[in-house]
Design a protein around this ligand. Structure first.
Ligand code: PLP
Length: 423
């Protein structure tokens, strides 16, 4: 990608100014986040500049969202073009950008019907509600049980946070939706047992083909095939949450396409809008019939600007060249991380799919993933953690070689410092 220099006119805030803005931020925002004291001023591709003029290589992409990097010219064009036409109509009118996006998603996947919303949690909520309604329509109201997995993450609504497998996120919010059970991820035997114990009573299983927040752990094909066959036998819907791992990140458009296991419902968000909020639930025509008029909805779902951008993101991501770039970039990153690890032996495992990579720390660095993230940020590299033990890398899908190499160089410096301090 050609290097575009940012306009640095306002890039001169001092550390004190940033700290005082952060204090003002804390004074008006609810305290459920703890953002770093960095305020972005400009982004171009996989580079970001803060208001203090510091440059960052972006291996985080806004938590696996900015699929085509910052300020992609074609996305700016479609967004501004749509903004000049109309911004919003809600679901009371038929809108062309929503039709275009739904048609493109159906053409690219198993799906025949699409429900559009604004975030990952919302489309998972829709998927779980659909599964329960489908079971009521076709079987019995007693068939409401949902199988989910330990360490999973499906969003923060009450239903989705309870489907998630991290109790710290769901406790303390009063009575939980009933009927959700968790098995160990990648444990096919536990899945078989669960279905055997709940014959005729399971409406759905929900799973991430690669757990993201839970530590970047890919599902095994055997595990997903077992889920598929148990769901088939029990007439339960298999829901793949590809909100983090899908939309090109694995090197295929969606992970299911490389596994030979097709879900009944697939949820996609994050990278779908390349940074503009949108989520989509994909399913078949037969299953979608249960969402009759009035059963579900969203004021902003199908927002024309979000759909116009997502259409362009899908067009640009779903090409052999972009998906090949994911594979090549993934290899370059993995090779670099392995070299760092050969030198310093800090990672127990480097794993993941495509451009969703997790580096699990050796036990002697237990709980230090956030420290690595903070140290990298200080030196000009944005990375993520996935829990306390895993450093997560999820850059833009079009990241180039020089950006990868510079990011790896910073990572090497941080890891070298960490290894030296631990002795
Ligand atoms: N599902 C998965 C796999 C996710 O990683 C996330 C967010 O991290 C969500 C659902 C929730 O998406 P959102 O934050 O857009 O509601």
């Amino acid at each position: 990608m050609a290097t575009i220099q940012p306009n640095t006119e306002t890039v001169n805030d001092t550390t004190e100014e940033v700290s005082s803005v952060r204090a003002a931020f804390d004074a008006v925002m609810t305290p459920n986040y703890a953002p770093m004291e960095i305020m972005p001023a400009y982004g171009r591709g996989s580079r970001l500049w803060d208001t203090g003029g510091h440059e960052y290589v972006d291996f985080a992409a806004g938590i696996a969202v900015s699929a085509l990097g910052h300020a992609h010219p074609e996305l700016i064009d479609v967004l501004t073009e749509q903004a000049r036409k109309f911004w919003h109509v809600s679901n009371i009118l038929t809108n062309q950008p929503a039709l275009d996006l739904a048609s493109a998603l159906c053409a690219a996947t198993f799906a025949e019907r699409v429900f559009l919303a604004n975030s990952g949690a919302e489309v998972n909520e829709a998927a779980l509600k659909l599964a329960r309604r489908y079971a009521v329509d076709h079987f019995t109201p007693e068939k409401y049980r949902i199988l989910a997995f330990d360490d999973a993450f499906h969003g923060r609504t009450l239903f989705t946070v309870c489907a998630g497998g991290q109790p710290q996120y769901s406790s303390g919010f009063g009575p939980k939706p009933a009927g959700i059970s968790h098995c160990r991820f990648n444990d096919a035997g536990a899945v078989r047992e669960y279905f055997a114990e709940n014959r005729g009573r399971v409406c759905a299983a929900i799973v991430e083909p690669c757990q993201g927040e839970g530590g970047v752990v890919p599902a095994t094909v055997e595990f997903l095939k077992t889920l598929r066959s148990c769901c088939d036998r029990e007439n339960a819907l298999l829901i793949f949450d590809e909100i983090q791992c899908g939309m090109g990140r694995s090197g295929s458009l969606y992970v299911y396409q490389e596994l030979g296991v097709t879900p009944d419902v697939l949820t996609t968000a994050k990278a779908l809008g390349g940074g503009f909020p949108i989520g989509a639930m994909l399913t078949t025509a037969g299953i979608a019939k249960s969402l009759v008029v009035g059963t579900h909805g969203s004021t902003f779902g199908g927002n024309p600007m979000a759909c116009a951008v997502a259409c362009k993101v899908l067009e640009l991501v779903n090409t052999p060249e972009m998906l090949q770039n994911v594979v090549v970039a993934s290899q370059r990153l993995t090779t670099g991380l392995e070299e760092i690890n050969r030198e310093f032996n800090v990672f127990r495992e480097i794993r993941g799919l495509g451009l969703l990579l997790g580096c699990e720390l050796e036990p002697r660095y237990a709980g230090q993933a956030r420290d690595v993230v903070a140290a990298c940020t200080k030196k000009g590299l944005l990375v993520l953690n996935a829990g306390p033990e895993v450093v997560r890398i999820a850059p833009a899908l079009n990241i180039n070689g020089p950006d990868i190499d510079q990011g790896l160089q910073i990572m090497r410096e941080v890891i070298a410092g960490m290894a030296a301090n631990t002795g």
